[in-house]
Write a protein that binds this ligand. Structure first.
Ligand code: RRO
Length: 314
């Protein structure tokens, strides 16, 4: 799967494999930053990117947190969306056909407040069309209240959640949290429980204040920090997990704005990447980085974009 053969000039294969899933490009949207993808099609031909990763969906409709839900900061963005969504049933019926019509492959991100919620979400996806190529099990939302913490800070609980999602009948990628020093432990636990790949990382817990009122800027108080500020944290998380679990495919996410950010995540071990915060200012960053990775592979004499994976000299 590494496909790093060298060649002199000529075409570069842009496709990559994340475990058993072959993607047309290494570049995907990051969950929660492109809605369900349908608004993006005027900007980027979604059939030419790796996949649209949906905003996380629960087995039921969920209203999310009070506004404001987004707040720009110097090196990125704070959010407290609070998992707002229509529920998987409504999404399958009304939104998924629209995404499929764009030619995109889809990764459905799921969340729940309990293990039973995750189980129900997975069961609802069992008969989803084949365009839903994987399920991303979001264990790391920073904005879920009243549940006693982030699932992905607890290896045993995370493993139980992943084990409960087998009914989705497609590869599962576990999305983990950078807000813990146990990420390697959690990564090991979820892969042993059935996750085929890992998505590293979600946002970092943060808080911003309004300069005049000194109240929290976001409607729910704290939130999750994303964007360039967290990029080196994502690179470190991917490198650490790759060193401990070299055979587990990784999807790298965190602060990608330029091609080199994606190259860095792939060089330390990611098989593919997701772009999130940058899309708010520049939806076409998906195509720019997609093409940039092909150019970078060619420049390095590689015949495949996947040849960039693991090239870091650590
Ligand atoms: O909806 C959110 O507030 C949210 C989610 Br599900 C997540 O996984 N990460 C994040 O920063 N925000």
């Amino acid at each position: 799967m590494r496909g790093g053969g060298r060649r002199d000039g000529g075409s570069v294969d842009p496709s990559v494999a994340v475990g058993s899933v072959r993607l047309r490009s290494a570049v995907m949207t990051a969950a929660g930053t492109a809605g369900y993808g349908t608004e993006f099609h005027p900007y980027v031909d979604l059939s030419t990117i790796g996949a649209v990763v949906t905003k996380s969906l629960a087995p039921y409709e969920w209203p999310g947190n009070p506004a404001p839900r987004l707040h720009p900061v110097r090196a990125g963005m704070m959010n407290s969306v609070g998992l707002q969504g229509p529920g998987i049933g409504e999404w399958l019926e009304r939104t998924l056909p629209e995404i499929i019509a764009t030619g995109a492959d889809v990764v459905c991100s799921i969340w729940g407040r309990s293990i039973e919620d995750y189980r129900a979400a997975a069961e609802m996806l069992a008969d989803a069309p084949d365009s839903v190529v994987a399920v991303e099990v979001n264990l790391s939302c920073p904005n879920l209240e009243g549940r006693g913490g982030i699932f992905a800070h607890d290896p045993e609980l995370s493993a139980e959640v992943v084990a409960a999602t087998a009914a989705c009948a497609r590869p599962r990628w576990a999305k983990l949290s950078p807000n813990t020093d146990r990420i390697v432990e959690v990564a090991r636990a979820v892969t042993e429980a059935g996750a085929e790949a890992l998505t590293l990382v979600n946002t970092l817990l943060g808080l911003t204040l309004d300069p005049s009122t000194l109240r929290p800027t976001l409607g729910n108080g704290g939130g999750g920090l994303s964007g360039p500020a967290i990029h080196p944290i994502a690179v470190r998380a991917v490198a650490d997990v790759r060193a401990a679990l070299p055979d587990v495919p990784i999807v790298g996410v965190g602060g990608i704005a330029d091609t080199f950010d994606a190259v860095e995540l792939m060089a330390v071990g990611a098989s593919a990447v997701q772009i999130g915060t940058a899309l708010f200012a520049e939806p076409t960053a998906l195509a720019r980085v997609r093409d940039g990775l092909v150019d970078e592979a060619r420049r390095r004499g590689l015949s495949t974009v996947s040849g960039l994976t693991g090239l870091a000299v650590l």
